[in-house]
Design a protein around this ligand. Structure first.
Ligand code: MN
Ligand code: MN
Length: 305
């Protein structure tokens, strides 16, 4: 593969898919040669809704890359969340809004990061900085990514830049933010169609701190009790995963997108990383006002573990 390729993280969310498609568009225009978007996993129902709405084809799947492949990373930088073979790739560009961890390159690169609510907010900025016109479909993708990552601008990760971008992008894409946004988020909450195995991998991020490996998975719903109907089966599957992957902790966060609360199933030897802050009863931690893995759950675990 000689062409430069762009992708987001494994277990792709709407930001990872939309930002890959948008970044490919932007980079193709900037470079004058085709940059190809890829995905590292199956699309969520939410993301499928977005691509169908704006009539855009899903990116092709890629599992592993060849040594020396030129790549652009969006919405992640940690190698544990990236494509297989990333250690030997030539990382050309990164656009991201996460912490930087386990990341090194052998050559200089373009690295654009800011603590905003969504990668697409930064892509919106890059179009502006480069004076490139935003096509309505690309605006729709960026808008969807921001709505998804910020839960309609309600997550504590939301910044003024995200709000401004959403306002502008909605005009270009010609959609009503609240109507479209809620329909899109709701499309992602139909969890009954997933097997328990699919459910715990749907949006799972693997983290490493020294030699402690843990996973924070998250699903969105309009009814937490509805998801917990399968609690026992979910726990069995998580315990299998802990054994198979040598994990110290698995936190399965179920987020109520209407009321902006979460409950988490917490399993593993290092449950103390959660229980120091939230009481765990029957393997469940109730987390009022918590919706953000990045800003609320991850820092808590990193502090406690
Ligand atoms: Mn993401
Ligand atoms: Mn993101």
């Amino acid at each position: 593969m000689e062409k430069i390729i762009v992708f987001g993280h494994k277990s792709p969310d709407t930001d990872s898919i939309c930002s890959s498609l948008v970044m490919a568009d932007l980079q193709t225009k900037l470079r004058g040669e085709e940059v190809i978007p890829y995905r590292l996993g199956e699309l969520s129902e939410e993301t499928k809704y977005v691509l169908k709405y704006f009539e855009i084809e899903e990116p092709k799947f890629i599992e592993k890359i060849e040594e020396g492949q030129q790549v652009i990373l969006v919405d992640h930088n940690e190698f544990t969340q990236s494509v297989d073979g990333i250690e030997n790739a030539k990382i050309d560009t990164v656009v991201d809004h996460h912490r930087i961890n386990n990341f090194t390159t052998s050559e200089p690169l373009f690295y654009y990061a800011q603590p905003v609510g969504c990668t697409s907010t930064l892509l919106y900025e890059l179009y502006k900085l480069n004076n490139i016109e935003i096509a309505p479909k690309m605006a729709g993708l960026m808008l969807s990514a921001i709505i998804s990552d910020t839960l309609l601008l309600k997550s504590p990760t939301t910044t003024e830049k995200d709000k401004k971008a959403v306002e502008e992008l909605a005009k270009i894409a010609n959609v009503d933010i609240n109507t479209y946004g809620l329909d899109m988020l709701k499309a992602g909450t139909n969890l009954d169609k997933y097997t328990v195995d699919e459910l715990i991998h749907l949006d799972a991020k693997k983290m490493e701190k020294e030699d402690i490996k843990y996973v924070i998975a998250q699903v969105n719903t309009v009814s937490i009790p509805d998801v917990l109907k399968r609690k026992e089966k979910i726990e069995q599957e998580i315990n299998k995963e802990i054994l198979a992957k040598g994990l110290s902790l698995f936190v399965f966060v179920i987020t109520d997108i209407i009321n902006s609360n979460s409950e988490a199933i917490v399993l593993g030897d290092r449950c103390d990383a959660i229980s120091k802050t939230y009481e765990i009863k029957d393997n469940i931690a109730i987390m009022p006002g918590v919706v953000s893995r990045k800003k609320q759950i991850l820092p808590l675990i990193e502090k406690n573990i």
